[in-house]
Design a protein around this ligand. Structure first.
Ligand SMILES: *Cc1c(COP(=O)(O)O)cnc(C)c1O
Length: 412
């Protein structure tokens, strides 16, 4: 296998064995799960952390003075520390819990929206997920802020010269994905941050995919905000978060009001708690945060560079076998891309391709992948996507390729 050199550093079979769901069958075939870019499966460590918390020590956080409240608060805040370590943040106080990547971006948009004015500009790229488009377009509709779109080149890479040309004195924010959930393109977000900062603009990095495949380091990236989501990081749904530079977070007004986020409340006025609690109104996703902490502790136990090399080797193995086929179009072939394969099959709707693959036990996503401007850029109304994770094996890759070649017969 192509990644033989990394096998000694990462054993996908041992990793896979920790995912109970991966031993089930689908339509009488072994499950081949290639939809991890939509949501990843959960290892035993996460399942045990969730049930362990519910069985062993659970309560609301911060409010009580009893033993369970203290233990749960400690576990909840320890998970925040784990996220800080995972992202190489300066401190855990710079990690805000949200229910996912989408809410984290909305939190920033709502906060910045209080000071942006008509004529201010936000630079986004054509390869963004709707989560990193719609909150900004809402500001456009409400405030008259302008959105400027960085083009994507034919190979799926970002037009960095185009980006440099779009950033100007009115640019307040550049919102860019670290890794495209469709093209697999990995952007040089440090270079984006340097360009933005030179113009006095902030940078928000959508790390929902990058956190999984790029071993993120927010200090090296020098981003002002970094967004991630738990369920793609082998953790539970309902949890994600926002990293921010201290000054960037402190400059943001609160997002939602309620319990936990206040200093004091009187009939006349309210003061707010310090960052990050200021942004966490109400009972937070306690179990989900503990589950994500367990997921990241588990994930950091691997050599993540070796994991990414393994995933890419599987991608390369599939692409090698498919590359001569004239009925298949691959969208996104940027240099250094990650292990996401988006494609169309001539004469077939992507939904039909996905449904036929499902008969072979192969799970892929089909549609526009929450990135309609990108679909339009490549002139497709829908596409299928196979995305690789650490638990996928050579057998998965070959089962997918075999099933796709058989699926093609339904359309000729
Ligand atoms: C999944 C994803 C999001 C949104 O994350 P949610 O968990 O749905 O909030 C945003 N950006 C990218 C690149 C994604 O892959």
């Amino acid at each position: 296998m192509a990644d033989g050199s990394t096998l000694s550093r990462f054993d996908p079979y041992a990793a896979r064995a920790q995912f109970p769901i991966l031993s089930r069958t689908v339509n009488g075939k072994p499950l081949v799960y290639l939809d991890s870019a939509a949501s990843a499966q959960k290892p035993r460590a996460v399942i045990d952390a969730l049930t362990g918390a519910m069985e062993g020590s659970y309560s609301n956080v911060h409010r009580g003075l009893h033993t369970l409240a203290n233990e749960t608060t400690e576990a909840f805040e320890a998970a925040r520390e784990t996220v800080a370590r995972f992202l190489n943040a300066e401190s855990a106080e710079q990690i805000v819990w949200t229910k996912g990547g989408t809410e984290a971006i909305n939190l920033v948009a709502a906060g910045l929206g209080q000071s942006l004015k008509s004529g201010d500009e936000i630079v986004v790229t054509q390869m963004e997920h709707h989560a990193n488009i719609v909150p900004w377009s809402m500001l456009r509709d409400r405030l008259g802020v302008m959105l400027k779109w960085v083009p994507v080149l034919d190979d799926g890479s970002l037009d960095m010269a185009g980006l440099a040309a779009l950033i100007g004195p009115r640019t307040k924010l550049v919102a860019v994905t670290q890794m495209s959930n469709v093209l697999g393109t990995i952007n040089d977000v440090r270079a984006v941050a340097d360009l933005a900062h030179a113009a006095g603009a902030l940078v928000l990095v959508d790390g929902c995919q990058g956190a999984v495949h790029c071993a993120p380091d927010v200090q090296a990236l020098d981003c002002d905000f970094y967004v991630f989501t738990g369920h793609k990081l082998y953790g539970p749904t309902g949890i994600g978060g926002l990293y921010g530079k201290r000054a960037a977070l402190e400059a943001l007004p609160p997002y939602q009001g309620g319990g936990e986020m206040i200093g004091t409340v009187t009939e006349e006025r309210v003061t707010y708690a310090a960052v990050p609690h200021r942004f966490e109104a109400g009972t937070p996703p306690i179990l989900e945060a503990i589950g994500l902490g367990a997921a990241l502790d588990w994930f950091m136990g691997f050599d993540r560079t070796a994991v990414a090399a393994h995933e890419k080797a599987l991608y390369d193995r599939v692409v090698d076998r498919l590359s001569g086929l004239n009925w298949l179009r691959i969208i996104g072939e940027a240099e250094g891309k990650g292990a996401i394969l988006t494609f169309t099959v001539e004469g077939a709707h992507a939904h039909d391709v996905a449904q036929i693959l499902d008969r072979y036990g192969v799970a892929v996503r089909a549609g526009t992948h929450c990135a309609e401007p990108l679909a339009k850029r490549f002139g497709v109304t829908s596409s299928a996507r196979a995305s690789f994770a650490l638990y996928n094996t050579v057998e998965d890759a070959d089962a997918f390729t075999d099933a796709l070649i058989k699926a093609r017969e339904f359309f000729v």
